[in-house]
Design a protein around this ligand. Sequence first.
Ligand code: AMP
Length: 291
Amino acid sequence: MSPLSADDLPLLLNTVNEVRAWTAEAKRRGERIGFVPTMGALHEGHLSLVRASRAQCDRTVVSIYVNPSQFAPHEDFGRYPRTLESDLRQLADVAEAVFVPNDAEIYPPGFATWVEPFGPAEPLEGERRPGHFRGVATIVLKLFQIVAPDVAYFGQKDFQQLRVIEQMRDDFHLPVEIRRCPIVREPDGLAMSSRNRYLSAEGRRSATVLFRALETAAHLVSQGERSAAAIEAAVRAVLLSAAGAEIDYAALVDPLHLRPVERIVAPTLCALAVRIENTRLIDNMLLEPPN
Ligand code: AMP
């Protein structure tokens, strides 16, 4: 790899004060700020958000922070991939600034205030990962307060997270526009994820089953099937056909509250969480019944 020159790289900001100063300067110039929060280990999914921001805003800030408070004690916080140098390389020419705080900057001693989301945060991931969305909502609110973006970009890969953040934006009157970005997939349909790198070659092959299950659901809806139970049964059968796949949930839910539906009479989210080789993969697809 060729060495990077400082000219190509985005400006690296490590402290809240540095970000505030950078934002204030941009606002003085009347620039619109786009913001993409991430946990790093960047891939095309993340970069699609950054490009959307670049196309729609004057300045783009990306944050890279593996937020400890959204991981439960038994989860993969310790082994979550950290690839800062390669991340910065990928952001060259697409982002103007990257905020990479350390834990002391975000959670200084004495930190004592949390955002506790309800509503769309309760089912699905909320039931299986207690405390997860509290960690997510808290860090996102903090980042919004620090960066003060005009627009923030989130992927539909984490559909429930998007709903939690939209709800928080509404409930707290946050002056930020939230943009939903489509899921970026590998050529074989697997949704890109920093966690895909945990998979062995065999696990990687099995992982394509999530997309196949979602396509099965979409196909059934296009053929006129309206029973959520029938679609869910077909989805589960496809998922269980893959070696080593364990279903955490496979659910048909309304895309606002993430609560189960019985009939597919309006756009419905098919949401999956599946464990393969102990790696928990999530994916989803919006099923739209033809009129
Ligand atoms: P993460 O680094 O996993 O916290 O993700 C940061 C942002 O990137 C979130 O808004 C994710 O929804 C989004 N993202 C992750 N993977 C994808 C993907 N495959 N397609 C679109 N957006 C994604």
